[in-house]
Design a protein around this ligand. Structure first.
Ligand SMILES: Nc1ncnc2c1ncn2[C@@H]1O[C@H](COP(=O)(O)OP(=O)(O)OP(=O)(O)O)[C@@H](O)[C@H]1O
Length: 260
């Protein structure tokens, strides 16, 4: 469903590759966790998938295909069409992802304005449906609210609603719970699990938090210095890591006392 082959990204002002020969597969309905230490290339991988690489400042080679359609070696216009239809993106900080001047409803609908010919009434119906799907109470009120009127957790739910409103094949989540407190984090993870089960949306979940990945993801890919050193079933990778770097990452997870 999404196939990344030999992705390499070199920023022109850097002497090392940010992503270096990355191979990654995400199957239909699968949640894949992408983990690795700071600077290992997780966010640059996400930017490559989302078409957000600053093309003048870096060179990207290899292939990224969603449902057989190539994203990397394509022009901006085609890329926008594929991304609007097939990909939803949620970033770490909901407060910096939203525009403070526009009401939530307008921001949830934006992708429909760009990529569909739906009437304003039909767009609103879809936006309300998406806001309800992420368990926001009183979707109509949220639709008419400005971002500062919502809590951080509610805002992240609204951003997830914006990402799923066009029924994408893949949700790209870059540290979506890192900025939230632990209780809200658990609720958002529950929500993602449910959306995956109910809608069959595939997800790439980028996180430095292995405990969270262990809870949510079917598979995990471990990145080191720009490429994937180990990928497999989450249970298997966590209980039987084969690569020394994966072993070191797992050993570094803080354990609760009763677990020894
Ligand atoms: N705009 C940029 N220009 C130059 N180098 C960059 C740019 N963005 C990222 N890099 C470099 O690419 C490498 C990978 O960075 P990236 O942000 O993808 O790591 P990460 O795994 O997401 O780290 P973190 O967990 O801290 O977010 C780093 O060496 C970083 O310095």
């Amino acid at each position: 469903m999404i196939l990344i082959s030999d992705l390499t990204v070199q920023f022109h002002d850097s002497d090392r590759r940010a992503v270096d020969g990355l191979n990654l597969t995400i199957g239909k309905g699968e949640i894949v966790g992408l983990v690795g230490e700071s600077g290992s290339g997780k966010s640059v991988t996400a930017m490559s998938i989302a078409g957000l690489l600053p093309r003048r400042r870096c060179t990207a080679t290899g292939s990224i295909a969603i449902g057989g359609e190539e994203l990397l070696q394509t022009n901006r216009e085609q890329l926008r069409t594929v991304l609007g239809r097939d990909l939803g993106v949620v970033f770490q900080s909901p407060t910096s992802a939203v525009n403070p001047l526009f009401k939530i409803g307008k921001q949830v609908e934006e992708v429909l304005v760009i990529h569909t010919k739906l009437t304003a009434k039909a767009r609103k119906a879809k936006a309300l449906e998406a806001l309800a799907a992420v368990d926001l109470p009183d979707p109509e009120r949220v639709y008419n609210s400005y971002p500062h009127e919502l809590s951080g957790g509610m805002l992240q739910r609204a951003m997830i609603a914006a990402a799923i409103v066009s029924n994408p094949k893949l949700l790209l989540l870059d540290e979506p719970t890192t900025a939230l407190d632990v209780t809200i984090q658990a609720q958002i993870l529950q929500l993602l699990k449910r959306l995956n089960q109910e809608r069959g949306i595939s997800m790439l979940f980028i996180s430095h938090n292995l405990a969270v990945v262990n809870k949510l993801c079917h598979c995990v890919a471990v990145m080191q210095r720009g490429h994937v050193v180990e990928q497999g079933d989450t249970e298997q990778v966590f209980h039987n890591p084969t690569h020394p770097y994966t072993k070191a990452l797992i050993d570094a997870i803080p354990r609760r006392k009763q677990e020894g």
